[in-house]
Structure formats: C-alpha cells, structure tokens
Design a protein around this ligand. Sequence first.
Ligand code: ZN
Length: 324
Amino acid sequence: MALKSVISIDMGGTKVLASIINKEEGIIARLKVPTNPDSDGNSYVDTLASTINGIMDKSNMKEKHIEAVCLGVPGSVNPYTGVIDLAPNIGLKNFNIKEKLQNKISLPVLVENDVNLGALGIKYFGVGKNASDMLAVFIGTGIGGGLILNGKIYRGSSFVAGEIGHILVDKDGPVCGCGNRGCFETIASRTAVVNRITDDIKNGKQSKLTAKVKSGQRIKSKALSNALEVGDKVVTKRISEACDVIGGVLASQANFMNFNLIVLGGGMIEAMDSFMIPRIRDAFNNHVLKASAKDLKIVPSKLGDDAAIWGGIALAEEFLGVEL
Ligand SMILES: [Zn+2]
C-alpha cells in the first residue's frame, strides 16, 4: 500500500496554512489562503474546506492518499469533541470546528491546540525523540508551552495544560492579555522585550532601533537579532533580562516536574538561539535543584514552524490508531 499522508492546517487569524506531510518525504506541499477578517465561524470553515481541496488539487492527491486532516487551533480546544472553547485570534468561542468541517469533507477531521501539536512534532520527529518527560516552550509574540509526560502529550483536565505563559512572575508586573498582572509572557515574550526597548528609546536611550520605534514600525525578532549582532546596548540588556527570567521559570518547572528535556522554540529563540540559550542555561543553573537538573538538557527545537505540521502525523496515529 502506498504511503499515506496527513493534511496539517495552521489556523491563523489572517490566513490558513495547509501542508501535506508524510513520514518518508516530509512536507510535500504547502498552501496559504487568506481568511476574511470579518468572517464568522461558518465562513472560516468554508475557507478550511476549500483550502483542503485546493492543496489536494495542487499536489495531484486524492482522498485515498490522505489519512486525516489535522487542525491546529490557536486556543483551547477539546480534541475528543472538537469544540473550541476560546480562540481569540480567530474569533471563535464555544464552536464545534470538528463537526462543522466534518459535514463538508469525507476525510477524518482531527483537532488539537497548536502548541500541543508543536510539542508532539518535537517529541516524535524532532529533538524530543528520546525524551519521556519533556517541556516544549515557544517564545514569540506570547509564550506557549506543551507537556509530554511518560512519552505522551499531557492535556490536563480541561485541555489547557502547559499554559506556561501565564505563570505568575511579578504580581506588580504589566497587565496580561488574560487579564492578570505579571504573567511570564508579559515579562519575557518578544512583545514584552520590545515594549521595554521602546520605553528605553522614548526615555532617550540610544539604540539601532530608534528609527523604527519613532516611525512606529513593528519590531520583529530579526530586527532584535540584527541589533544584538552589532552590540546594541539597550537590546542586549533587555534580551539578557528576559533570558534571566526564562531560565528562572524553567528551573521552577524542572524542580516541579523533573523533566529530562526542555525544548525551546518560537520566533525569538529561532532568531537568537546562540545568544539566548547559553544565558537561559546560566540562569536555569542558578535556580534549579541539582537533583532536578541531573539528567536534564535544554536544547533548541530546530523544527521551526514545521513542528506543529509534523505533530499532525502523531495526532492521526493517536486518534485513528494507525501507523503512518
Ligand atoms: Zn496571563
């Protein structure tokens, strides 16, 4: 029998990214389709269905070549019922995405939180292959986390386990998107770091990013990385501070859970891993219990945005009981 593939879909607020992947060839096709920002759930589902048909046409594939469609949801979702509890970036709340899409296509539809899919991809196809107890942390616009315990994804009692970005770091810190104050992601995400750099520049500090800040341009990880490379003092200081906090939070998690692997990913780590990871390890070593750190490694993901796409294969194997 021919090797079967999975269609993995990254559900974004402005676009849907579909990929066809299988274990032997990796990612064999990609298709990006914009979504209507004013659309409701039903039109989002229409976009998903047409994207699935579109990528199959583009790669000359028929349904018999595909095992399942796996949706990566940017929010909380029950993978068994398919109900999205809340996904603010795509404007969906209490919405059964699995049932709605299943009414439009005949391929099995599976759903999972996108960060959990990333952790699954790393565990089964990336640097996590030999890890039984793994924490994956993705640092970018926000901070997300996924847990592998005893070799399996751990979803928690209401499918929101791994929300490391909302661990309390400073009770007097900035207000978080979740409504609380001083969550980890308000201190150490790219958004948080950029906010601090912006304040520094507005307070008169000199930086390579001054022009960008003054013109109101969005500062991405690449711009931070470029500024680091030329030794920009403001950027170096603020990213180093973030690394200290990240290392401290990871040490707390290691003390609590005794992981054997912590994997770091996300846009900020990908752009600056050679600067950030050694500093994160230093801060980690300052805070972790010796016994907790004995068999633990901290490593970069290396799979980038493709981690969640690979996770689709692991999800299909888990939910459909197949070996792909
Ligand atoms: Zn929060």
